[in-house]
Design a protein around this ligand. Structure first.
Ligand SMILES: C[S@@+](CC[C@H](N)C(=O)[O-])C[C@H]1O[C@@H](n2cnc3c(N)ncnc32)[C@H](O)[C@@H]1O
Length: 300
């Protein structure tokens, strides 16, 4: 079972505040068809608290670095917002979200159900050139499910042993995946998608008071280079992102790897910071920074 705890970065200022109860992350419904590196399923409970504590239903959630999109999808399924704008610059991932918005989720679901997955059939499919958008979406899902770690960046390779020695098939659950796509037809008309630079879209929506942003950028600053291996598009002007966040009239929540230079950048731009810890049964601890305008709701 996964548990999630939240800690103040400045415990000395916070001695009287008890840590919140650990949250059972296994209870978060998995809405995304992606297994996504840096995916934010574990962040969903914190995201829900943000909404419950801060807003009456805002009109729009903008997710400028959508990736697997779990936060936008959850916000729609849970009726936390009426509409979302998802943005992603990677053309493979973009093909999936664009296809869903264009009404092809059912087609992708059927394609998944009728595909006989072997290493040869995957190779034949993913090397097809000049395919239409929904076929490209299917290719992306195949790669995401059969490549090691779900990584789509150049240099990624097939799963070798996989789960219980099942190799390439070990993350291919056609029924579950098809159901996730079919379910997306229920919310597709409330999704907008742009294959764009997330920074540009933040600027476009920044002056609207009833718009909120969930910002999960590829992190590549400083010593940690994980983003470089995980994402095809990993370069970002982080300082510019922080400056843009200052101009947001509504509200935003941003997540980052826990690194000193991120903390100083957040302080320089006048934002608050909290550290989130997530432990699983293997005793590995994930740490992530949450950055925002006002995070006092996280302290109780
Ligand atoms: C940390 S991941 C987001 C993960 C996502 N929150 C999830 O739960 O799956 C960052 C994403 O930003 C995308 N990206 C990188 N640069 C971008 C840009 N300038 N504009 C839009 N998306 C970008 C990457 O391709 C990657 O998918």
């Amino acid at each position: 079972m996964n548990v999630l705890q939240q800690q103040s970065l400045f415990p000395e200022l916070n001695e009287e505040l008890a840590l919140p109860k650990p949250v059972n992350v296994a209870s978060v419904p998995q809405r995304s068809p992606f297994r996504y590196p840096g995916g934010k399923t574990w962040f969903v409970p914190t995201f829900r608290n943000w909404f419950v504590n801060r807003f009456t239903k805002p009109s729009l959630l903008v997710e400028p670095f959508a990736g697997g999109g779990i936060i936008s999808l959850t916000a729609l399924f849970d009726e936390l917002v009426s509409n979302v704008v998802m943005v992603e610059i990677d053309a493979d991932i973009a093909a999936v979200w664009q296809s869903v918005v264009d009404g092809h989720a059912e087609w992708i679901a059927e394609r998944i159900l009728s595909f006989d997955l072997t290493k040869e059939s995957v190779m034949a499919e993913i090397t097809k050139k000049n395919v239409d958008e929904r076929e490209r979406a299917f290719q992306t899902i195949l790669k995401n499910r059969t490549f090691h770690g779900g990584i789509l960046a150049d240099g990624a390779g097939f799963l070798k042993r996989g789960e219980s020695g099942k190799g390439i098939k070990s993350r291919w659950y056609p029924n579950t995946l098809a159901k996730r796509f079919k379910d997306l037809t229920l919310i597709a008309d409330r999704m907008k998608f742009f294959k764009e630079d997330g920074l540009k879209v933040i600027r476009e929506y920044s002056q609207k008071k009833d718009v909120v942003f969930f910002i999960d950028p590829p992190y590549t600053a400083g010593g940690k280079k994980a983003g470089k291996r995980l994402y095809r598009h990993f370069e970002l002007d982080h300082d510019r992102l922080f400056t843009l966040c200052e101009s947001i009239e509504g509200d935003f929540l941003m997540t980052y790897d826990n690194a000193d230079e991120v903390k100083s950048m957040a302080k320089r731009h006048g934002f608050e910071i909290r550290l989130i810890l997530m432990k699983n049964t293997h005793h590995t601890t994930m740490e992530e920074l949450v950055i925002g305008k006002n995070l006092s709701w996280m302290d109780h």
